[in-house]
Each structure stands twice: as structure tokens, then as C-alpha cells.
Design a protein around this ligand. Structure first.
Ligand SMILES: NC(=O)c1ccc[n+]([C@@H]2O[C@H](COP(=O)([O-])OP(=O)(O)OC[C@H]3O[C@@H](n4cnc5c(N)ncnc54)[C@H](O)[C@@H]3O)[C@@H](O)[C@H]2O)c1
Length: 341
């Protein structure tokens, strides 16, 4: 199939739309996943969404149904994508709920941050982050590929990150577990392009690489790893947080404990509220990309800047001053104060 033909059917209704199709969205309880569910349903696409928080994905399903045209079905399912048995159960549930023997679109969107340092963070947290961000995508591909093939015109959409291009968040901010998983997601998706062309031409794959998108991923990540919120930190945890913020140049000397707690809360909320791209805007970019037949979907100007920079100066990828020397943004300090987990 030529690229032009792929683009025509990419949506993947006969007219390139999502109408009348069935989509799977993982991590549908918040952020970009929630907005994907809402926008797909509003465009006439039935959706089976999952999240490991049954309550939030049920809310998403209700919101999406409220704006959906008649005939659209939206279901919410509890599923931890890092557990293959749960993904299999999710598949069985959704096929029954939607009375279908195939799915047309799969958005492998669920993800968390955490375990920034391989050196100092716990092994358990590192492996938990990697399991959600890599094995979650892998299990969904394993479980849903046969159903995408059965669709006759399927699209697998895997969410990576700019950290699938650039394994850092700038000076002083390692991001090892997340970057390792997101590079794996990008590599897997790119490797599937040729495999699908040869062995399953009725399916195509797209990889999504967002920059900073305004969501609750920092709060959700903290909760996923069982870390207390700013108000519930122990004295030791508060001292650690103080040292981290000071090391990053975000906190002066002699700041009161309460102010440290407030600063931490502002960082989490600021990540959501001061982002250059909202979750709804990001979902629209992702759906436009899928509709256009793109295989790589960059979300946000910061993602485009980083993509261009690492391609233009591969040897300077981790020499930040040199990497961004002739580009206005993103400045490392901005990434530092509002970066991904
Ligand atoms: N927000 C950003 O700046 C940004 C940037 C680049 C990439 N991403 C990626 O985009 C995707 C969506 O992130 P978001 O920012 O919308 O975050 P979010 O926290 O708002 O939403 C993610 C959802 O996934 C769910 N989830 C997490 N682990 C799960 C699991 N094991 N099983 C099922 N559900 C699970 C969470 O409960 C949450 O509802 C993630 O893969 C993230 O890594 C986000």
C-alpha cells in the first residue's frame, strides 16, 4: 500500500474519519487518555477505555458519552497494563461489551514517571516505572494486534515521549527509568513499521512523542509509587525535597518548611496549569496525526525543537548549552522547573 493510500484510509473510516469504529485507549482516566476518549466519542467512534483507577475511567466514559452522537458506546474498564493477565481480561470484557470480534484503533497511552536516578532511586520503583511504560505497551501490542489485523484497517498508536529522543530533562535532572522505557517504545514502534508492511499490511503503527503537556502526571506518578503529598512528607522526606530543590536552584537558603511544601505543590500544579499545550490540544494533535497517516507524531513546539536539535547535533545531545545554543527554546531552566517526572 502506498503512503498516499495509507493517508487516505488512516482515520480509518472510508472517508478517513473515526466514525463507526471501535478504539481502545489505555490510561483513559486522566490527561491525554481522557481527552482522546472524549474526542474519539464526539467524532462517532466507540471506545473501550481502561485505567488502573476504575473510578476515573468510569468518569471519563460518562463525560464522553454525554457529548457523543447516538449509537456510540463508551465503556470504562479497570486494568493495569503492566499485568498481561489483566490486559487479556480487558480484551475479553471489551469484546463482549461492544459485541465485536475486532478493534480498529489502539492507543497505548498509559504511563507514569519516577525513578529518575538509576544510582539513588529504589530498584523497585525503577522497575515499576519501566514495567508500566514498556511492558504495558508491549502487552497491549501482543494482545490487540490480532484484533487490529481482524479489523482489516487497524492502527496501533504507541505513546513515547521527547524522552524517547532525548534521555534527559536537562542539567541536573536525570530521568533514567522513563527514558529507557520511552526509547524502547519508540524503537519497538519504528521496528514494527517494516514488520507490519511485510507481515500484516492491514495494520499500521504510529509513535507519539509529546513535549510538555499539561496533565496531572506528576501527581499520578507520586501516587502510583506510594509517595506522600507535600503536606504529608516526613521530616526526612522534607529535607530530601529541600536538598533536591536547592540543588536545582529552585530554592534559596533559609526557606521555611511550609514554604518548601507549598513550592512542591506549586510544581505539581504548575506542570498541569502552565504547560504550553493542554491535554485536549495534545489529543487533537494526536488524532490529526493518526488521520493524516503520520507514523511519528510530535506534540508541541518543545518536542519539535528537541527533535531538530538532537538530529542536527547528535554529539552535543547531552551538552545542553551547545545543543540549544542557536535555538530560543526550550531553555534548560524552563524544562527544569516544569519538566516531566
Ligand atoms: N504530560 C506530559 O508532558 C507527557 C509528555 C510526554 C509523554 N507523556 C506520556 O503521555 C502518556 C499520558 O500521560 P499524561 O500526561 O496524560 O498523564 P496522566 O497521569 O494525566 O494520565 C495517565 C493515565 O494513565 C493511567 N495509568 C498509569 N499507569 C497505568 C497502568 N499501569 N495501567 C493502566 N493505567 C495506568 C493513570 O492512572 C492516568 O489516568 C503517558 O504515557 C506519558 O508518559 C506525557
Amino acid at each position: 500500500m502506498s503512503d498516499g493510500k495509507r493517508a487516505e484510509t488512516a482515520g480509518n473510516g472510508a472517508d478517513g474519519s473515526f466514525s463507526g469504529k471501535l478504539a481502545v485507549v489505555t490510561g483513559g482516566g486522566s490527561g491525554m487518555g481522557r481527552e482522546l476518549v472524549r474526542q474519539l466519542a464526539a467524532q462517532g467512534c466507540s471506545v473501550a477505555a481502561c485505567d488502573w483507577h476504575a473510578g476515573t475511567v468510569a468518569q471519563t466514559a460518562a463525560m464522553a458519552l454525554a457529548d457523543a452522537p447516538p449509537g456510540v458506546r463508551v465503556t470504562g474498564h479497570a486494568c493495569d497494563v503492566s499485568d498481561e493477565a489483566q490486559v487479556l481480561r480487558f480484551r475479553d470484557e471489551l469484546l463482549q461489551a461492544h459485541g465485536s470480534d475486532h478493534v480498529d484503533l489502539v492507543f497505548s497511552n498509559a504511563g507514569i514517571g519516577g525513578a529518575a536516578s538509576f544510582v539513588t532511586d529504589s530498584r523497585a520503583e525503577w522497575e515499576r516505572t519501566f514495567a508500566v511504560d514498556w511492558w504495558g505497551v508491549y502487552y497491549c501490542a501482543r494482545v490487540f494486534l490480532p484484533l487490529l489485523i481482524a479489523s482489516g484497517n487497524g492502527v496501533l498508536v504507541n505513546t513515547s515521549s521527547v524522552n524517547g529522543l532525548w534521555a534527559s530533562l536537562g542539567p541536573g535532572v536525570p530521568n533514567t527509568a522513563y527514558s529507557t522505557a520511552k526509547f524502547a517504545v519508540r524503537g519497538f514502534s519504528e521496528a514494527l513499521i517494516e514488520d507490519l508492511r511485510v507481515n500484516a499490511p492491514q495494520v499500521r503503527v504510529a509513535v507519539v512523542m509529546p513535549g510538555h503537556v499539561g496533565t496531572d502526571i506528576l501527581v499520578n506518578t507520586r501516587r502510583a509509587h506510594g509517595h506522600p503529598g507535600p503536606q504529608d512528607l516526613s521530616d526526612t522526606q522534607l529535607a530530601d525535597a529541600r536538598a533536591r530543590l536547592t540543588g536545582l536552584g529552585l530554592l534559596g537558603a533559609g526557606v521555611a518548611d511550609d514554604e518548601v511544601r507549598q513550592r512542591l505543590a506549586r510544581l505539581e500544579n504548575g506542570f498541569r496549569d502552565n504547560a504550553p499545550v493542554s491535554a485536549a490540544q495534545a489529543a487533537a494533535v494526536i488524532l490529526d496525526g493518526v488521520r493524516s497517516g503520520a507514523w511519528r507524531i510530535l506534540v508541541g513546539e518543545d518536542a519539535k525543537v528537541i527533535d531538530e536539535a538532537v538530529r542536527a547535533k547528535p554529539d552535543a545531545t547531552y551538552d545542553y548549552a551547545e545543543l540549544f545554543s542557536d535555538m530560543p527554546q526550550p531553555q534548560p531552566q524552563e524544562r527544569r522547573s516544569s519538566s516531566e517526572p
